[in-house]
Design a protein around this ligand. Structure first.
Ligand code: FNR
Length: 395
């Protein structure tokens, strides 16, 4: 496996390097997925079931990758998906993601369970070259905490609220459970330390502030928690329902667009329209929640077939298994506005800023090269006629 960044040619190389170099507990947390990890694997494999229908003899001298997300410019149709615990991989954690997303001109959705506080991330913003930050919300069982949190997020300059709805409880993530058991049997570090301190190698660190803010002043990461994930979900309200979308809009004075993350079928996409959601984010949480969930590309095809009017009212995003520029092109041809990338950016934190920059560059280069081979020079030229997804549609 390549263990130097310079030797990494693609996203799979970055993943292999992370596996070789990260602490096993950190890699297990990032890599883990529910049950037998079939949905995680299917996320990527389902892209392979889609074929291109390339067009030729078009002038493809240059490709312009720029587009917008909810009115915010982005240099390419890719954003950093919300993911927790960046400091498991690097002492600066999410700060690296924010800095390089800003430099690359792509949006970053900051996780509710970020190990750097959303205020510290917003403070990195250069007013001369403002970057687009969205905030991912988990609604707290104590609604007054969420209200206060949302007001602070609006004040910090975040441009949209992304409510994650596929995780009312944590999925069964066995790699994560096993690494916790290994840590315990080695009397190494307890579950509680893992949640309180996402320290990189050796150096003691302050508690991950996003999580501390959400858990309240006395983080009750239960020592008996089965996994890091189940400890982090302990504050999330499983009673959340569609009326709460209206409540979130009210708390934010309807100032910010709402994205709902974790939509997995056409019926719920239609409900998003009904409840005034602006961004439908198709996701199965990287296969970390319900094993057997459809891949996002399947959910996208279902919406095209049964609720096509959704695309007139909302932008549609998706994530899960994106590892190649061609994966992005397939999603966009089928109607996605942009795609999220999760694990590749988390793995890239192994190399700090340079790693994150490398992932952004690999995806940008692959996207531009293959867009031209497909016969498109602008994002809006990516149309459904450019793919054949019949294999997935027959399911
Ligand atoms: C996640 N994801 C996630 N989602 C979310 O809404 N809030 C969160 O705090 C997290 N945390 C998180 C941590 C880690 C380590 C991973 C891998 C994922 C899910 C994430 O936003 C996204 O849906 C998936 O990561 C997309 O799949 P890929 O790109 O990892 O295959």
């Amino acid at each position: 496996a390549p263990v130097s960044l310079g030797a990494c040619l693609n996203i799979a190389d970055i993943e292999a390097a992370a596996e070789a170099l990260l602490k096993p507990k950190a890699f297990a947390y990032y890599a883990s997925a529910a049950d037998d990890e079939r949905t995680k694997n299917w996320n990527h494999d389902s892209f392979a079931a889609v074929r291109f229908r390339p067009r030729v003899l078009r002038d493809v001298t240059q490709a312009d990758l720029s587009t917008t997300m909810l009115g915010q410019p982005t240099s390419m149709p890719i954003f950093v998906a919300p993911a927790a615990m960046g400091r498991l991989a690097h002492p600066e954690g999410e700060k690296c993601l924010a800095r390089i997303a800003g430099e690359a001109g792509i949006p970053y959705i900051v996780s509710a369970n970020s190990s750097v506080s959303f205020n510290d991330i917003a403070a990195l913003n250069d007013p001369k070259n403002p970057q687009t930050l969205f905030y991912q919300l988990y609604v707290n069982k104590d609604r007054s905490k969420t209200e206060a949190q949302l007001r602070r997020v609006v004040a910090a300059g975040y441009k949209a609220i992304c409510v994650t709805v596929d995780a009312p409880v944590a999925g069964k993530r066995e790699r994560d459970e096993r690494s916790k058991m290994d840590a315990e049997s080695a009397a190494d570090d307890s579950m509680r330390d893992a949640v309180k301190s996402t320290a990189g190698p050796d150096k003691p660190q302050a508690p991950p502030q996003g999580i501390a803010q959400n858990l309240g002043s006395s983080p009750s990461a239960p020592a008996a928690a089965a996994s890091l994930a189940s400890a982090m979900f302990s504050y999330v309200d499983p009673q959340l329902n569609w009326d709460d979308i209206a409540w979130i809009r009210k708390v934010t004075d309807d100032k910010l667009p709402i994205i709902v993350k974790g939509i997995q079928c056409a019926e719920d996409a239609a409900l998003c329209v009904k409840y005034g959601v602006k961004g439908i984010y198709l996701s199965n949480h990287g296969g970390r929640q319900l094993e057997g969930a459809p891949s996002s590309i399947e959910a996208l095809l279902e919406i095209r077939r049964y609720e096509p009017q959704v695309f007139d009212h909302c932008e549609v995003y998706l994530d899960g298994g994106i590892k190649r520029g061609t994966d992005v092109l397939k999603a966009l041809a089928l109607g996605a506005t942009a795609v999220g990338v999760g694990r590749p950016f988390m793995y890239s934190l192994t190399f700090g800023d340079d790693g994150v920059r490398k992932v952004a560059t690999i995806l940008r280069d692959e996207l531009a090269q293959n867009m031209r081979l497909l016969g498109a020079t602008k994002i809006k030229e990516l149309v459904p006629e450019m793919v054949n997804a019949r294999v997935l549609e027959e399911n």
